[in-house]
Design a protein around this ligand. Structure first.
Ligand SMILES: [Mg+2]
Length: 269
C-alpha cells in the first residue's frame, strides 16, 4: 500500500474511533488516537502470512482496542454490523480485545503483560520452526511495570529476533504525565542496554514507521524495539495531551468538532 493510501487508512481509523466511542458513550479515545498510526503501520503494513504461520499482534494497551477494531474493519476482518456493536450488550467487541475475533489472538488489557505474551509467542514460533513474527504495541506507562523488564531480559536471552515491540511514547497515562509518575528517561537506551536493537521514530509519520519496521526485520539475533513519539489524542484539538481524555466520552457537540478536526488534519497531511 502506498503512503497516501496508508494515510487514508489511518484517517479512516481515527474517524471510526471517534464515531464508535461516541455511539457507545465510552472513553479511552485519546489512547486509541495515540496509536492509530502505529496500528495502521502494523495491521495494514507489517503483518504477513496466513493460517498458523501468520504474524501475530499483541495489543498490550488493550484499553485502546477501538483502534484495533477499526483497523480490522478496514482490512475486511470485521463487518460493519460487528463494528457497530462495540460495547453493546452481547458484543464480541468489548473495551479490551478478547481472543475469538479474527485478528485478535490474545486477550489483553492487564497492563504490563503484553511483552511477556509476545515473547512467549515469539519463542514458540522459533521452537516450531515457523517464520512468523510477533508485534507488540505497548504504552509508555506500562514500562513502569517490572514484568516488562523481565520479558525484555527473556527476549534478549532467547535471541528473539522475530519479536518487534512498538512503544507508544505519548508521555502521559491515566492520571498524570509520565515524568510526574515515574520518569522513564531514555527508553531506547534502556532497551539497548538490555540487549535489544533499539530505534526512535516519530509515531505519526508513515514513511518513518515503515522504515523502522523494515530495519527491525533485518535485526538478527536480538529483539527489536521501536520507540515511537506520539501525541495522545492526536488530531483532535481539544483532546491532544489532555489527561482527562483518558476516560471521558464525547458529547454530541464535541463529536462534530472532533470529526472536523480530523478532516482538517487529513487535508493538511
Ligand atoms: Mg502513555
Amino acid at each position: 500500500m502506498s503512503l497516501p493510501e496508508r494515510a487514508s487508512f489511518a484517517h479512516a481509523t481515527r474517524r471510526i474511533i471517534i464515531e464508535r466511542s461516541h455511539a457507545a458513550h465510552v472513553g479511552h479515545i485519546g489512547s486509541a488516537l495515540s496509536i492509530a498510526d502505529l496500528v495502521a503501520a502494523v495491521v495494514d503494513g507489517a503483518l504477513q502470512g496466513e493460517g498458523p504461520d501468520r504474524d501475530r499482534l499483541v495489543l498490550s494497551k488493550g484499553h485502546a482496542a477501538l483502534a484495533l477494531y477499526a483497523a480490522l474493519h478496514l482490512t475486511g476482518r470485521l463487518d460493519a454490523e460487528q463494528l457497530a456493536s462495540y460495547c453493546a450488550d452481547g458484543t464480541r467487541l468489548g473495551v479490551h480485545p478478547e481472543p475469538g475475533l479474527d485478528g485478535v489472538d490474545f486477550g489483553t488489557g492487564s497492563l504490563g503483560q503484553g511483552l511477556s505474551i509476545g515473547a512467549g509467542a515469539a519463542l514458540a514460533a522459533k521452537r516450531q520452526g515457523s517464520g512468523r513474527r510477533v508485534f507488540v504495541i505497548m504504552s509508555d506507562a506500562e514500562l513502569n511495570e517490572g514484568s516488562v523488564w523481565e520479558a525484555a531480559m527473556f527476549a534478549a536471552h532467547h535471541r528473539l529476533d522475530n519479536l518487534v515491540l512498538l512503544v507508544d511514547l505519548n508521555g502521559q497515562q491515566a492520571m498524570n504525565y509520565t515524568p510526574e509518575v515515574i520518569d522513564l528517561g531514555d527508553v531506547a537506551e534502556k532497551f539497548s542496554v538490555f540487549g535489544w536493537d533499539a530505534q526512535t521514530t516519530p509515531g505519526h509519520d508513515h514513511a518513518a514507521l515503515d522504515a523502522a519496521i523494515a530495519h527491525a526485520a533485518g535485526a538478527t539475533g536480538r529483539p527489536s524495539v521501536i520507540v515511537a513519539s506520539t501525541t495522545f489524542g492526536y488530531g483532535v484539538s481539544f483532546m491532544e495531551s489532555v489527561i482527562d481524555w483518558h476516560y471521558l466520552p464525547l458529547t454530541d457537540e464535541q463529536l462534530a468538532t472532533a470529526l472536523a478536526d480530523l478532516d482538517r488534519l487529513a487535508v493538511s497531511a
